[in-house]
Write a protein of this length. Structure first.
Length: 466
């Protein structure tokens, strides 16, 4: 990469610079979603904050498209771009846990499995995702939902501070006391205002054993099961978080072979409290109907965090669409079951996340992340192998399910579940008041729109074309 256009950057860069034809380039441009195949002009694998500053300066001076990679787990592939520069934080994996203060500081390339392992050494955790190879950066900046959210709030509700390199090259600490407007925007506003090089989180006592796991029912029993489930979670304590999964039963070790491929509705649970009390809370659900499999048991929290990993590996093809839902209506339940029965790939699924609890007790405008009054996030996901010729059919199934659910939805979606769907969907996700504030922040911290790929906020304003 010792070319005229990169020699200045190389002189100031301590990490690794990769371009087309360099060893490691093709591996470095891969992201989790194997359907994404983009070829950046340069990948800047940063060793530290000075490298991030240098790479941003290089992009700004040459008017390059910029993508910022943390874990590279987003379905839309925003962590990589064609023809521009990828500022790759994946080498930056430092973690420091202070068990007395119950805080953790982690660099922007850390994955949730790594952070959980470090904090669980002390019996602590913060609110993370549900897949261990998701990056902490992307999940946090979009809001952050996971197994601990109903007890401890969204991930952004547990973010104490962030170190940010702005598009102008300034290194700032954002917190409730320092650059509070920027801190507000980082808590749900995505990667719009700079490159976050480290995060400081509040930790909580968790586990290490939590009562958790899936309870499988036949999909044909789905309407009856989901109506009972709706009533149960309406009175659920904050310690209980559930995710409903409608799919064909996966071939996992704990699933009997005779169930593999059978259409099921699974209630997957985590009780983040005393196991004995969790047994009492979950007894009505476990005793209802005709379950095919009850795999709910005390297990390490880190094991629960790995539960979805086998069904979401790197390199498969993924396509998502999402809605925010109020409490499940009969119509929504029937629609979910009907379209789950039409799944075209054995790897596809519909996830229904239970929100509420501690999330709902934060003010609607205290953070850029909203959804404080939402009952559920629904993620409709097509998943198929790279050599599967029926990709278009799988995508069509997602779109049909998405359209069928629209009459029961709020019109909004969780931004971390948005693909490349246009500004109208982004504005709807935030709401006009919150979106207007985010546009103003974008203009203040990135006036030249340097970060115009790895972002969801259109600095052109509220009325630009979607």
């Amino acid at each position: 990469m010792a070319t005229r256009t990169t020699s200045t950057l190389a002189a100031a860069f301590t990490g690794e610079l990769l371009g087309p034809g360099d060893p490691g380039y093709d591996d470095a441009r891969k992201v989790w979603n194997g359907a994404i195949d983009r070829r950046p002009a340069l990948i800047a694998r940063c060793a530290g904050v000075p490298d991030v500053v240098a790479a941003l300066r290089h992009a700004r001076e040459r008017d390059l498209l910029v993508a910022v990679r943390g874990g590279g787990h987003g379905v839309a592939g925003q962590a990589v771009c064609d023809g521009g520069i990828v500022i790759d934080l994946s080498p930056m994996r430092g973690i420091a846990v202070d068990p007395r203060a119950r805080t953790a500081r982690a660099q922007g390339g850390v994955l949730w499995g790594e952070l959980d392992a470090a904090t669980q050494e002390h019996g602590l955790a913060t609110v993370g995702g549900i897949v261990t190879h998701t990056g902490i950066a992307g999940l946090t900046l979009g809001g952050g939902i996971g197994w601990l959210m109903r007890r401890h709030g969204a991930t952004v509700d547990n973010l104490l501070a962030a170190e940010v390199v702005t598009a102008r090259g300034d290194v700032l600490r954002a917190s409730a006391d320092e650059h509070p407007d920027l801190f507000w925007g980082l808590r749900g506003g995505g990667g719009n205002f700079g490159v976050v090089t480290s995060f400081e989180y509040r930790l909580h006592e968790v586990g290490p054993m939590v009562l958790s796991g899936p309870l499988f029912y036949a999909l044909e029993d789905g309407p009856e099961v989901l109506r009972f489930y709706r009533e149960l979670i309406a009175e659920a304590p904050d310690e209980l978080t559930t995710i409903v999964n409608l799919r064909r039963a996966p071939a996992l070790p704990f699933v009997p072979a005779e169930l593999h491929g059978r259409p099921v509705v699974a209630a997957i649970v985590c009780y983040a409290g005393a196991v004995q009390r969790g047994e009492q809370v979950l007894a009505p659900l476990r005793g209802f109907g005709r379950p095919l499999l009850d795999a709910i048991a005390p297990r390490p929290y880190v094991e629960l965090q790995q539960l979805f990993n086998p069904g979401l590996p790197h390199g498969w093809h993924y396509y998502w669409k999402s809605w925010e839902l109020p409490p499940l209506s009969d119509g929504a339940i029937d629609t979910l079951v009907e379209h789950a029965a039409r799944i075209t790939s054995s790897r596809s699924y519909v996830l229904v996340f239970q929100l509420g609890g501690a999330i709902a007790r934060v003010g609607e405008h205290e953070t850029a992340y909203g959804q404080r009054d939402a009952a559920h996030n629904v993620n409709i996901s097509a998943v198929w192998l790279p050599d599967d010729p029926a990709g278009d059919e799988h995508v069509r199934w997602v779109r049909e399910c998405f359209s069928a659910l629209e009459p029961y939805a709020s019109g909004r979606a969780y931004v971390n579940f948005l693909a490349d769907e246009g500004q109208a969907r982004v504005r709807a996700a935030y709401g006009e008041e919150r979106y207007a504030r985010l546009v103003a922040l974008k203009r203040a911290h990135d006036p030249d729109n340097v970060l115009r790929l790895n972002q969801n906020i259109d600095p052109g304003g509220l009325h630009s074309a979607a």
